[in-house]
Design a protein around this ligand. Structure first.
Ligand code: NAD
Length: 254
């Protein structure tokens, strides 16, 4: 049996990943702001550091895999979105790289199919990729646009993954992303309840080619594949699990 760690296991997609890994008999260390083995707020430097230290302490011989799943949706405040979705994910992935290398582990981050869409804020993305958290958050505060901050955070973390996949490979660690589409979770429930987002969310949900929203288990199945030996030669990939939305919107790009 393997030993894994993850962030964001309390609800939604993360809770489904947690259940599948534990049902399969694996050991799993969960970091979250609530209901977790390690309570940590990934929007802060202290929270990120204590998450990484706590995982390493509980898995002294290394990790077989790590899933950076914690994230906030477009209804959250714009600066907080960048802090959790980009800087929190990046800090935990970087902080655990050497630890994953001890067991030739697999790291998976949860991006989004929205990260591939043509709407984003390049200035925020540049600040994130330059690791300038203060500037990225100041830009987000100024524009105060949750949806744009969300799309930009997911695009940036996916670009970060692509830029780092080679270095991770050389260090003996696999690194890939799952890009979910509209999935029924507390995150999308909150967005649907937000008057400014409700209409576009409903429209997007209705447009899914396979005719239904994703369920957390759909996404967990893909994460399970990327953690497993079945994906031993997969590196730097973005696996869209979105009922066909990305292929519908960007048919000629892959
Ligand atoms: P969710 O709200 O159910 O889960 C998010 C998890 O992250 C929760 O357990 C929450 O407690 C945790 N979290 C939030 N802020 C945190 C913080 N500061 N520190 C530590 N943990 C924190 O939402 P979900 O839909 O299951 O989202 C999981 C991931 O999937 C997110 O990264 C999200 O962006 C991504 N995603 C979701 C969808 C969707 O349609 N639901 C689509 C694409 C991508």
């Amino acid at each position: 049996m393997a030993i894994y760690a993850m962030t964001g296991g309390a609800t939604g997609i993360g809770a489904a990943i947690k259940q599948q890994l534990r049902d399969a008999g694996h050991e799993l260390i969960v970091v979250d702001i609530k209901d977790a083995d390690i309570l940590a707020d990934l929007s802060t430097t202290e929270g990120r550091d204590s998450a990484v230290a706590g995982i390493i302490e509980r898995s002294p011989h290394g990790l077989d895999g790590f899933v950076a799943c914690a994230g906030l949706g477009p209804a959250a405040p714009a600066p907080l979105l960048l802090q959790v979705n980009y800087f929190g994910a990046k800090a935990t992935l970087e902080g655990l790289r050497e630890h994953l290398a001890k067991k030739q582990g697999s790291a998976v981050l949860i991006g989004s199919n929205s990260g591939a869409m043509p709407h984003f804020d390049q200035a925020k993305i540049d600040a994130m990729l330059a690791d300038d958290e203060a500037h990225a958050c100041a830009l987000a505060e100024k524009s105060n646009h949750g949806q744009l901050a969300y799309l930009s955070s997911k695009r940036a973390i996916t670009q970060w993954m692509r830029r780092n996949a080679t270095a991770f490979a050389r260090a003996g660690v696999r690194l890939n992303a799952v890009a979910p589409g509209f999935t029924q979770t507390p995150l999308t429930d909150a967005a649907k309840a937000d008057p400014e987002l409700a209409q576009s969310m409903a429209q997007f949900e209705r447009s899914i080619p396979l005719g239904r929203a994703g369920q957390p288990e759909d996404i967990a199945n893909a994460v399970g594949f990327l953690l497993s030996e079945q994906s031993a030669f997969v590196q730097g990939s973005v696996l869209f699990v979105d009922g066909g939305s990305d292929a519908m919107i960007r048919p000629d790009q892959f």
